[in-house]
Design a protein around this ligand. Structure first.
Ligand code: RP5
Length: 161
């Protein structure tokens, strides 16, 4: 199975959050790779990763970072693949710093920004699968089935007394 999604993060400390994106991709049978790539600590690696991503066969990149979260935007500036940015929650500013760093891209270089923290990482995995699903009926079907399972579980577990 060829690797379609690159999941990158600025630090090992982001893994607890970014694991949620990988969990979804595992669940939906989407092949991915995962790697720590830091905009500030390993800038050359970041540029190399972004510049070679498309030729290596990746279709979507999920990039998570916290604080001065430049990774998603800088990667987006060096690839024409869609980039989904995950703002990692920080202890000092609760991830608002991460969110604003990622979402406020200048016109011309988009980053699809999801919510702060683990819910955002889950949605990043789902959004990547939905993008791929537009061209792959199997993936799209599995996304639809996942939604059906969620709806069923909500309806079965709602007890308001
Ligand atoms: C960012 O700085 C990373 O994405 C991480 O969220 C944050 C803190 O990194 P560590 O100091 O925990 O390695 O680049």
């Amino acid at each position: 199975m060829s690797v379609l999604v690159g999941v990158i993060m600025g630090s090992q400390s982001d893994w607890e959050t970014m694991k949620k994106a990988c969990d979804v991709l595992d669940e939906l049978g989407v092949a991915y790779e995962k790697k720590v790539v830091s905009a500030h600590r390993t800038p050359d690696l970041m540029f190399e990763y972004a510049e070679t991503a498309a030729e290596r066969g990746l279709k979507v990149i999920i990039a998570g970072a916290g604080g001065a979260a430049h990774l998603p935007g800088m990667v987006a500036s060096k690839t024409v693949l869609p980039v989904i940015g995950v703002p990692v929650k920080t202890s000092t500013l609760n991830g608002l710093d991460s969110l604003l760093s990622i979402v406020q891209m200048p016109g011309g270089i988009p980053v699809a920004t999801v919510a702060i923290g683990q819910a955002g990482a889950t949605n990043a995995g789902l959004l990547a699968a939905q993008i791929l699903g537009a061209f792959d009926g199997g993936i799209q079907q599995r996304v639809a089935e996942r939604r059906e399972r969620i709806a069923k579980s909500v309806m079965e577990s709602s007890v308001l007394e």
